[in-house]
Write a protein that binds this ligand. Structure first.
Ligand code: DGI
Ligand code: FE
Ligand code: FE
Ligand code: FE
Length: 188
């Protein structure tokens, strides 16, 4: 069992220095959201610390980790390396750092979202989106909404992500679409 400073040091050593402030911000925001919405702040903290730990692996080592841990990939995931770090990060969190299933799930779904997300899944997804170092048009509105109506904030976040990817000509993953459809059906 690692102490928190040890866990942070491990995670930061796996990524580039320029990403460390983002990961610190996600830890802080995830803890704040968890306290506010009644999730376990320590699970949120661990998910935040580790969520991007495999962000800088190339496609081949990402695919190798997916094979090693039995993660099945669809055709988009096999070529879109950005979709893999959430899955491989989840595996490292669980099988290397011994994190519980809830942390595994939250990290696994933090990039695309999915239908039927848990409270902790939503908290990590939103913390990644609105942590204090994020700066984009509309971030203040999303920050307010995340502490007013978490599902509304999720829907807005997923819809903005989809609009952004459409604009850039990037294919949208089915899990991202299913996250949006599910959030819309929640009547938000
Ligand atoms: O790891 P971060 O940069 O902190 O954030 P993230 O894990 O949310 O990853 C964002 C990246 O993931 C961004 O480059 C777009 C990509 N992404 C998210 N959803 C989809 C996607 N890429 C594709 N092709 N399809 C998606 O649905
Ligand atoms: Fe990420
Ligand atoms: Fe994100
Ligand atoms: Fe992130």
């Amino acid at each position: 069992e690692l102490t928190l400073p040890q866990l942070r040091a491990c995670s930061y050593s796996m990524i580039r220095a320029k990403r460390v402030p983002h990961v610190m911000g996600v830890e802080e925001e995830a803890v704040r959201l968890a306290k506010f919405w009644g999730a376990d702040p320590e699970l949120a903290r661990h998910a935040g610390i580790l969520h991007d730990c495999t962000k800088y692996l190339e496609l081949e080592p990402q695919l190798e980790l997916c094979r090693k841990y039995g993660i099945e990939l669809d055709s988009l995931e096999q070529k879109a390396v950005k979709l893999l770090h959430s899955k491989t990060g989840a595996c490292i969190a669980k099988y290397v750092f011994g994190e519980p299933e809830e942390v595994y799930q939250a990290i696994f779904w933090h990039t695309t979202g999915k239908a039927n997300m848990s409270l902790l899944d939503k908290i990590l997804y939103m913390a990644d989106y609105i942590e204090p170092n994020r700066d984009f048009d509309g971030v203040e509105r999303l920050r307010k909404l995340a502490y007013t109506d978490l599902d509304q904030a999720m829907l807005l976040g997923v819809e903005e992500t989809i609009a952004d990817m459409k604009q850039r000509g990037v294919p949208i993953h089915t899990n991202t679409q299913q996250a949006r459809d599910w959030l819309r059906r929640q009547g938000v």
